[in-house]
Design a protein around this ligand. Structure first.
Ligand SMILES: Cc1ncc(COP(=O)(O)O)c(C=O)c1O
Length: 308
């Protein structure tokens, strides 16, 4: 939730001259072209804007991630699947490095990480794609799917326990971890997870990129997509190298800073909850006070009090 506060004060300021100046220039070019510049749109892009607190909906791009992406948006712009030339090799190497960074964050092998547009598409492939592949082979429950951290009330589900039951019953276990990856520790092997949905824009990475973890041992198969056969056929289409680089960088930063962020967020959340609940009447907290990710605070104003 609050990495943005720290980043925007330190890292964003560090690079703001480079990027915000360009952004300001672009905005005024556009404004000049479309309409006369008013005093209002002469303001910089961050000026006069309200605070953004809904980090469950999306997060800001960490400027350090943008730094990594810039080279692949400009200079190294080759198609990572163009295997016959240097431009392709450069992009491919960057994509593979990003795949490793994602795998490291969740304790996976990099061959098990598939680049996908976002968590929604991952969920579709994980649930429908697996069911379609095994349609004629299995005549029982194929996949159990549980959201790791809830996006509204921040409740954390007992993933390890569910994973153990699924493995015992030989049922695939998928978790939508869009709100959990990079925020809470995940180990696909210790938790017996077979498929994980990951979204870049929930962990200070770029929008429009995600990753699906698909276990190789015991092997999980999904219905293959028609097309160029990229991403082992599970997600045909050119992998957007700059976005993949961004997701990889975001995962590496999350891994390095997770413990610090968690402690910091916990302090801020508890402070916010304590101040609001001690100063306002008729405020109740939703969710679970123990199995909870502190970056998601959900409070209601009610007429009948039932606080925990
Ligand atoms: C738990 C969860 N899953 C999936 C999504 C959708 O992710 P994406 O925008 O990457 O498709 C969201 C948020 O929008 C979410 O909170």
């Amino acid at each position: 939730m609050f990495r943005s506060t720290r980043c925007l004060i330190s890292a964003l300021h560090r690079v703001k001259d480079r990027y915000l100046h360009t952004c300001d220039q672009h905005l005024s070019d556009v404004a000049e072209y479309e309409s006369p510049i008013t005093d209002e749109n002469k303001k910089g892009p961050t000026e006069g804007r309200s605070l953004y607190l809904d980090a469950q909906a999306t997060t800001t791009l960490d400027p350090r991630v943008l730094d990594k992406m810039m080279l692949y948006l400009t200079v190294y712009h080759g198609n990572p699947h163009s295997r016959t030339r240097m431009y392709g090799w450069e992009s491919e190497a960057a994509v593979e490095h990003a795949r490793q960074q994602i795998a490291d964050l969740i304790g996976a092998d990099k061959k098990e990480v598939i680049f996908i547009f976002g968590a929604t598409e991952c969920n579709n492939i994980a649930v429908k794609g697996v069911a379609r592949f095994y349609k004629s082979r299995k005549n029982h429950v194929v996949t159990v799917s549980v959201m790791m951290v809830n996006n509204e009330i921040g409740v954390k589900q007992p993933i390890e326990e569910v994973g153990a039951i699924c493995r015992k019953k030989k049922v695939f276990f998928h978790t939508d971890a869009a709100q959990a990856v990079g925020k809470v520790p995940i180990d696909v092997n210790a938790m017996n997870i077979d498929l994980i949905s990951i979204s870049g824009h929930k962990l200070y990475g770029p929008k429009g990129i995600g990753a699906l973890y698909v276990r190789r041992r015991p092997r999980v198969r999904v219905e293959l997509q028609s097309g160029g056969g990229q991403e082992r056929g599970m997600r045909s289409g050119t992998v957007p190298a700059p976005l993949a680089v961004g997701l990889g960088a975001a995962c590496e930063l999350a891994q390095t800073e997770m413990a610090y962020d968690h402690k910091y967020i916990n302090t801020l959340s508890n402070h916010l909850i304590e101040k609001l609940m001690s100063n306002l009447t008729h405020v109740v907290r939703n969710g679970d006070p123990v199995a909870w990710y502190p970056g998601c605070v959900n409070l209601s104003c009610v007429s009948k009090m039932n606080r925990y």
